[in-house]
Design a protein around this ligand. Structure first.
Ligand code: URA
Length: 468
């Protein structure tokens, strides 16, 4: 019934008139904003198949070209989160924290931060992805361990979390089905690189895991999806503000992906590098990986309430590496997911690439720049990634770098070793690597590993500055 303060609705229009997808496409196409009910209709129609792919694709292109408002982004994130089943870690009685990276080359921080945070008393329900474009996938790397399963039902996921404190699994078919449909369409319609759509896609999956806190690692530089720094900053601020509005304490670190992270990029060899660090072994070429992992874990420990500041969180994270507790969590998680940890007794012996090639420096000087996207493609084409969805990947393919940006090298010095499935797969990646690494006479300017941190307050200020 109408009251004097309620909006006047013409009597011939029902208060909740039915929605039609064609109206929502036209509205977005013409620059309008969809309300919560309209966004909810769209996400539900994507999830249950009642809106056909051609109309979803048309709406995605309109959203890509017109952009989404903050309210639309928030509404889409929540509607996608609620489009399927959700995981609740409440029964486990611990604060649930996770880390998400926007993707890079050699990025294996998950294998360090998940066990470190669990060793510090937190619960880490990590739902991860596979290799995408030039970037590697956490699940593909983990599945290099014989027997290890990542497709766990939610009940088994919960059992592993209860026993080990951390579990790394794939998205179940019932978790965020709207994203499964929309993401596949975005991939085929050139609508991936939209901040609002990326934000809703990533956060819907993270929020469906029932997180109390989230640390985002937003990559910038030559190997990042969003290479433009301003775009990366906007995405970071948008994700922090959106997740905070949904009740999850969130920070975003803007980190350098101007060169591969650590010295290995591939599947098995990345695990080996992570386990070396978990065992307390140090290598100058892996120091950036160690430092970034401790910074991210420090924030997880702080947001999870186990340290008063991120700096104290860092110290706790470092202690969990030093006393072996993070390594014990990692191995218990691998075993609980069916993996055979004996392969780590002799990790080099288990590494059996089909073909190997050492690449030597072709001139003397400083390594001044690395085109990291090209290096990522080289890794994928050695056999570590797939051409088509569903193809198997080679656990032993990849690149080990022997020199990093800023290093002084002499002509003829080995700078990388390529590991391929077969000898005929070596030539193209070797050529890509040669085009991607540049030399200079003087040392390049050092790039900070973390260039900016967005908290709730700084994210909101940044969005206001961007005109929102
Ligand atoms: N990863 C996701 O899950 N979604 C995106 O849109 C981009 C990266």
């Amino acid at each position: 019934m109408s009251t004097p303060s309620s909006p006047r609705v013409p009597p011939h229009i029902p208060l909740h008139s039915p929605l039609h997808i064609i109206d929502l496409i036209r509205k977005k196409r013409d620059g309008g904003s969809l309300d919560e009910r309209e966004i909810g209709f769209l996400a539900a129609g994507a999830a249950d198949g009642s809106i056909p792919p051609e109309q979803l694709s048309a709406w995605l292109m309109a959203a890509f070209l017109r952009g989404l408002t903050l309210d639309e982004t928030r509404a889409l994130t929540l509607a996608m989160r609620d489009s399927g089943e959700r995981f609740s870690p409440v029964r486990l009685g611990k604060v649930a924290v996770d880390k998400h990276s926007t993707g890079g080359v050699g990025d294996k921080t998950s294998f360090l931060v998940a066990p470190i945070a669990a060793a510090c008393g937190l619960c880490v329900p990590m739902i991860s992805g596979r290799a995408l474009g030039h970037t590697g996938g956490t699940l593909d790397k983990l599945e290099a361990i014989p027997g290890l399963r990542t497709a766990l039902a939610l009940t088994e996921f919960e059992r592993v979390l209860e026993k080990c404190g951390a579990s790394i699994v794939s998205q179940t078919p019932l978790l965020v089905p709207a994203d499964r449909v929309l993401y596949a369409l975005r991939d085929r319609t050139g609508t991936v690189e939209s901040p609002g759509l990326i934000c809703a896609s990533i956060l819907s999956k993270k929020l469906a895991a029932g997180l109390d806190a989230l640390v985002l690692d937003v990559k910038t530089g030559s190997g990042a999806f969003l290479r433009d720094r301003k775009e990366a900053e906007y995405l970071a601020a948008l994700m922090v503000a959106t997740a905070e509005a949904a009740g999850t304490r969130t920070v975003a670190l803007l980190t350098d992906m101007g060169q591969p992270l650590g010295r290995c990029a591939g599947n098995w060899i990345e695990l080996v590098e992570a386990v070396e660090l978990l065992r307390g072994q140090r290598n100058p070429e892996s120091e950036d990986l160690r430092e970034l992992s401790l910074l991210l874990a420090g924030w997880m420990v702080h947001l999870g309430g186990q340290a008063a500041t991120p700096e104290l969180g860092y110290a706790r994270a470092e202690a969990a590496l030093a006393d072996g507790s993070a390594l014990r969590v990692f191995f218990s998680m691998i075993e609980a997911q069916g993996g055979d940890i004996r392969v780590f007794d002799e990790p080099i012996g288990f590494h059996r690439p089909g073909a190997t090639q050492v690449v030597e420096a072709w001139e003397s000087g400083f390594i001044s720049a690395m085109e990291t996207t090209a290096l990522g493609w080289a890794v994928q084409r050695l056999g570590a990634g797939r051409e088509k969805a569903g193809e198997p990947v080679d656990p032993h393919a990849g690149i080990e770098f022997h020199a990093r940006q800023g290093a002084r090298v002499e002509k003829g010095q080995p700078i990388a070793t390529l590991y391929a499935t077969r000898a005929d797969l070596l030539a193209e990646p070797a050529a890509l690597l040669k085009q991607a690494i540049h030399f200079s006479k003087s040392p390049p300017q050092a790039v900070p590993l973390v260039s900016r941190i967005f908290t709730r307050a700084t994210a909101e200020t940044h969005l206001r500055k961007c005109g929102f």
